[in-house]
Design a protein around this ligand. Structure first.
Ligand code: PGA
Length: 256
């Protein structure tokens, strides 16, 4: 079912890595290595200052550029923040919202994540909305409840039409940057739970067409098995996205 109705999206999350000059080189290399690999969408979410040069380097290639955060107000006295219009004009097509590191280190809540997502969608950006349980929640057997709640809160007020531009990234917190990966079965199961919640909110058609990625130590060694699962429509990749060869191998895995 999945591949007929949903395009796989492989997105890199560079986090706070790569200066603008390094970014240009990495984008060019990634573009070269993923040239003609049209079986998935290829996205690199880069630091704010890298967006314009990265978008320039990506012009005419397979690679799309995204940001890693966005503010919910259009403009004003919000020192250090960046608006959706600024991202668009700099060349970003995508933006990550609600990444675990934002929630953990910068006080993001489901409420602010939702506001950021809505502002980004209203401006015309595609949103990669991250959610997932922490280890204690998995151990307590409440993963499904946690991700269901996050899905509902984070999508609050987002219309069925806007859902065309929403990607959900299921990222179990215990798997991010730790080398621990959810098993393909665990990833598939929770992505399936999220899809059911979306069906409840928007109906079956929207649920079937929504791209749900897995993220958390996905790499060139485990991508094949994760991406083979029916509910896993791609990946949000941190560490491995910094090495174009590794990232390109994940893109290869998504071509099947
Ligand atoms: P990781 O990061 O692939 O390094 O675990 C994933 C993410 O944080 O999006």
């Amino acid at each position: 079912m999945k591949k007929e109705v949903r395009k796989v999206v492989i997105a890199g999350n560079w986090k706070m890595n790569m200066t603008p000059s390094a970014a240009v080189e990495a984008v060019k290399e990634t573009a070269k290595l993923t040239d003609g690999k049209t079986g998935c969408e290829v996205v690199l979410c880069v630091p704010f200052v890298d967006i314009a040069p990265a978008a320039d380097a990506a012009k005419g290639t397979n690679v799309k550029i995204g940001a890693q955060n966005v503010h919910f107000e259009k403009k004003g006295a919000f020192t250090g923040e960046i608006s959706a219009d600024m991202l668009l004009e700099a060349g970003a097509e995508y933006v990550i919202v609600g990444h675990r590191e934002r929630r953990q280190y910068f006080g993001e809540t489901d409420e602010t994540v939702n506001k950021r997502a809505r502002a980004a969608l209203a401006a015309g950006l595609k949103v990669i909305l991250c959610l997932g349980e922490v280890l204690e929640q998995r151990q307590a057997g409440i993963t499904d409840e946690i991700v269901s709640m996050q899905t509902k809160l984070d999508l609050s007020g987002i219309t069925a039409e806007e859902m065309k531009n929403v990607i959900i990234a299921y990222e179990p917190v215990w798997a991010i940057g730790t080398g621990l990966t959810a098993t393909p079965e665990q990833a598939d199961e929770v992505c399936g739970v999220i899809r059911k919640v979306i069906a409840g909110l928007y109906g079956g058609d929207v649920a079937e067409s929504t791209v749900i990625q897995y993220g958390g130590s996905m790499n060139d060694g485990n991508a094949d098995d994760l991406l083979a699962k029916v509910n896993v429509d791609g990946g949000l990749i941190g560490g491995a996205s910094l090495v174009p060869e590794k990232f390109a191998r994940i893109v290869d895995a998504a071509q099947k």
